[in-house]
Design a protein around this ligand. Structure first.
Ligand SMILES: *Cc1c(COP(=O)(O)O)cnc(C)c1O
Length: 329
């Protein structure tokens, strides 16, 4: 634990990441809804990372990590395991930095995700998730070709990069009373907490994860990392089994609480953003909003930030999720 504590990223690392991202990542807009503010009796500021490059905040952490590679690491390239937004973030960042990216994905990953990763220049290696071990495949690739592995959340440079979204939000709107952040493995939440503690020390920082997979809440409340089976939820960006060593250490120290949201609440959020704000937000991206809506009484009169973490959802899936009484209801 002491070794981890001494290696934790700090707000200075978030600020350094922001300088590296300048001119590469979008400074995403902060949006508001007058109707929502009236309904909640609060001022709500949405940080729109669904409008970030490749459609999610993950570009920030990936680019921050890759841009610090040594010349030798750059020549060899990067390897990542992911079927989701981290894969696309690594592929895009690598291509912008002129290095090769190898992405290890399950054979049954959605064709659209494999195509998107290849479209960003990623070299996709498929594996059978029932018979093969992706870690072993990644390690072998790393050893054979000298590749550097960048994990999706438990890495100081990834955490620092993810923290730049909340940093921009505080810079743009000033201190807030509460900040709601989607939670999977905790890269976004821990980075956001570093930004909040430095720029708005009194701001409450809340993580929100799917009800079906509340390992973060259990870990936070028990004080030790709890591991669970892959949860069944439409929030595919938060189907993680456990927090990381770095992310948990920061979350424990700097986060105020962790809440959960049901899939039905996420669908209600998707519908709200599409109809009222003309925003396409993926299920995982609606976690923070869902929890804020549940806390209406406590948030009355306050200034509240909500991170919309991403917008990558197939149009067919989006329509199917909203289908059941969705559009009319
Ligand atoms: C990865 C991801 C998350 C969860 O982020 P962590 O850093 O793993 O907690 C939330 N929303 C979206 C859209 C994601 O891609």
């Amino acid at each position: 634990m002491t070794t981890i504590m001494s290696k934790l990223p700090t707000f200075d690392d978030v600020a350094a990441a922001a300088a590296r991202l300048q001119g590469h990542a979008h400074r995403t807009p902060v949006m508001r809804s007058r109707m929502l503010d009236q309904a909640l009796g609060a001022e709500v500021y949405f940080k729109c990372e669904n409008l970030q490059r490749m459609g999610a905040f993950k570009f920030r952490g990936a680019f921050n990590a890759l841009s610090q590679f040594s010349p030798a690491q750059r020549r060899a390239g990067v390897v990542a395991f992911s079927s989701g937004n981290h894969a696309q973030a690594i592929a895009l960042s690598a291509s912008l930095l002129g290095m090769s990216a190898t992405i290890v994905m399950p054979q049954d990953a959605p064709a659209a995700k494999v195509a998107a990763t290849r479209g960003y220049g990623g070299n996709v290696v498929l594996y059978d998730r029932y018979t093969e071990d992706r870690e072993a495949i990644g390690r072998k690739l790393a050893e054979q070709h000298g590749l550097t592995l960048i994990p999706p959340y438990d890495h100081p440079d990834v955490i620092a990069g993810q923290g730049t979204a909340a940093m921009e939000l505080f810079e743009d709107v000033g201190a807030l009373d509460a900040l709601f952040v989607c939670l999977g493995g905790g890269g976004l939440l821990s980075g956001s907490a570093l930004a909040a503690r430095a720029l708005a020390p009194a701001c409450k920082v809340y993580g929100v994860e799917p009800e079906a997979g509340n390992d973060g809440q259990q870990s936070f409340r028990s004080g030790a990392i709890v591991r669970i089976d892959t949860p069944k939820t439409i929030a595919d960006g938060a189907q993680t089994q456990q927090l990381g060593a770095y992310t948990f250490a920061i979350i424990r120290r700097d986060v105020d609480d962790i809440f959960t949201a049901t899939d039905a609440q996420l669908v209600a959020g998707m519908r709200f953003f599409a109809t009222r704000m003309k925003l396409m937000v993926e299920p995982t991206g609606c976690l923070g909003f869902a929890a804020a809506c549940e806390m209406k009484e406590q948030l009355r009169g306050l200034r509240v930030g909500v991170v919309l973490s991403g917008g990558n959802v197939d149009l067919e899936r989006f329509c199917a999720l909203l289908g059941d009484g969705g559009v009319m209801g």
